[in-house]
Design a protein around this ligand. Structure first.
Ligand code: 4AD
Ligand code: MG
Length: 480
């Protein structure tokens, strides 16, 4: 007999038929006549209720049916008499596939803190919250590919190991096979990479953009979707050392079209989840509501999770320049009252997450796209505006998150680009292949990067980025 998944049983029940279910025990309760076993196989947030009559199953025969154990149940699907479920499985035979010692199984059916669940990241996907989060993560990945596929973009697998620093920020993890106890040095006392695996210094990529641009100059519209690595020592609820990024890159797009695509993309993804993940989203919305109750009145979100998602997908994002934003921030209450950790004093300051969140959550109460940033605070590849002080950069800012997307139009002028590369102190010869696209058939082009986990945070209402990636990598932590 083949097994039937619980999702299929509950969504399309065929009563009075014999079926086989294989799943993990969530709870067992009962009395001297009957035992009720709640089973979950991960195919849906919902459990199926198994009814095991004492006339068929002795207490002894059910002693290993404990929370966390994996069992196979053969039985007949019946309409349920009890409240809370419409069907139940009347057990005829129960086989224990894998026991879970109740003395040591850490995931007991009670409320655990997210911190504790992070310590048992190998088991946390078996909890309702995390199973919902990770089913949504799958659906969201699928939606990313669907969106671009429908638009005729090609998915390009850019390299994970690279010799260049795409963001020029020096936040890279090194990749080497050199014996770190015997590092070879050259005459000048510098590390000699000649005998290293690649014959040169190599790193984990911080972005697939530069390689993505090469393909946009050939296929027109492409995107990457892969892991990226940043050795920035930011121990915050929004930073990971290993995160996933989606980076579309489009020939012939200028900044306004780039911004429009970013907005359309985010709205599509949110709509997709609203329409395709109802049960998981409802569960997370309830959880979000509970969490909010524990917060002080003034810290509570203004909207529930579903309401917030609806709101973002059905409202235009505000677009304004960096310069306009600085004026608003300079005159803002928190700035005047000294409530910002980094006060805004002059044009040119980098915006911190507190400023981004003020604009989005307090001032506009809508997602915001900021554009035309000072060139000093942005990456070398961004298109220089005619004013010589700003670049055609754009950041999309979301409530509760801050920056969710960073992007720009790219500098396609060879002279301006090489000048900027020298100015910021990058070795030009390392990027010869990148500069070649500006020599051969250059054209205006643009792109952006969406932090996948930041969008996951927004959609699931979880508050720590460590809880929306299966196995988070953060400073001092690479367990599992
Ligand atoms: O703004 P960033 O650094 O832009 C780039 O990497 C460009 N190459 C993108 C492009 O134009 N193709 O990063 C893009 C996004 C951020 O807006 C943020 O959402 C996410 O990546 N991000 C992180 N997410 C989690 N942890 C980190 N440490 C992150 N750093 C950036
Ligand atoms: Mg950025």
């Amino acid at each position: 007999m083949t097994r039937t998944k619980i999702a299929a049983i509950l969504h399309n029940p065929t009563l009075n038929q014999q079926i086989l279910v294989k799943a993990w025990v969530r709870t067992k309760r009962g009395n001297k006549n009957v035992n009720f076993i709640a089973l979950n196989d991960g195919s849906t947030i919902e459990n199926i209720q198994v009814v095991a009559e004492s006339s068929l199953f002795s207490d002894e025969s059910l002693k290993d049916v404990t929370t966390g154990a994996c069992i196979a149940v053969k039985g007949t699907l019946k309409a349920s008499q009890g409240a809370g479920q419409s069907v139940e499985l009347e057990a005829e035979s129960i086989e224990i596939l894998g026991k879970a010692d109740p003395e040591t199984y850490p995931l007991q059916p009670k409320k655990h803190s997210l911190e504790f669940l992070r310590e048992i990241a190998h088991l946390r996907p078996r909890s309702s919250t995390f199973s919902a989060v990770f089913r949504i993560r799958h659906q969201l990945s699928y939606a990313v590919h669907t969106f671009f596929h429908q638009k005729g973009f090609s998915y390009i697998h850019t390299p994970i190991i690279t010799a260049s620093d795409a963001e020029g920020a020096g936040e890279m993890f090194q990749v080497t096979t050199l014996d770190l106890n015997k590092i070879p040095k050259d005459e000048a006392g510098k590390i000699d990479f000649k005998n290293d695996f690649f014959g040169r210094q190599a790193n984990l990529t911080v972005s697939g953009q530069l390689e993505g641009e090469l393909f946009a100059m050939a296929l027109g519209e492409i995107y990457t979707f892969g892991p990226t690595f940043r050795a920035e020592n930011s121990n915050t609820a929004r930073h990971l050392a290993e995160f996933w990024m989606i980076e579309p890159e489009m020939a012939f797009y200028e900044l306004p079209e780039n911004m429009a695509l970013a907005e359309e993309f985010l709205k599509y993804l949110i709509s997709y989840i609203l329409e395709n993940c109802k049960a998981d989203l409802d569960f997370l919305a309830k959880r979000f509501e509970e969490e909010e109750k524990n917060k002080k009145q003034e810290e509570r979100a203004e909207m529930g999770l579903l309401e917030k998602l609806e709101f973002v997908r059905s409202n235009d994002f505000v677009k304004l320049t960096y310069t306009e934003a600085i004026e608003i921030l300079k005159d803002s209450k928190p700035n005047k009252k000294g409530q910002f950790k980094y006060p805004i004093e002059k044009w040119g300051s980098d915006l911190q997450s507190e400023h981004e969140r003020f604009l989005v959550e307090k001032h506009f109460k809508k997602p915001v796209i900021l554009y035309n940033y000072p060139k000093e605070i942005k990456a070398f590849y961004m298109k220089q505006n005619p004013d010589n002080t700003t670049v055609a950069a754009m950041d999309v800012l979301f409530p509760g998150i801050g920056e969710i997307i960073g992007g720009s139009q790219r500098e396609e002028n060879l002279e301006k680009l090489s000048h900027r590369i020298k100015e910021v102190g990058i070795e030009e010869h390392a990027l010869w292949w990148y500069l070649d696209t500006r020599k051969f058939g250059a054209c205006p082009h643009s792109g952006f990067g969406l932090g996948f986990e930041r969008l996951m945070l927004f959609i699931t209402g979880m508050s720590n980025i460590r809880d929306v990636i299966p196995f988070p990598r953060t400073p001092q932590n690479a367990d599992f």
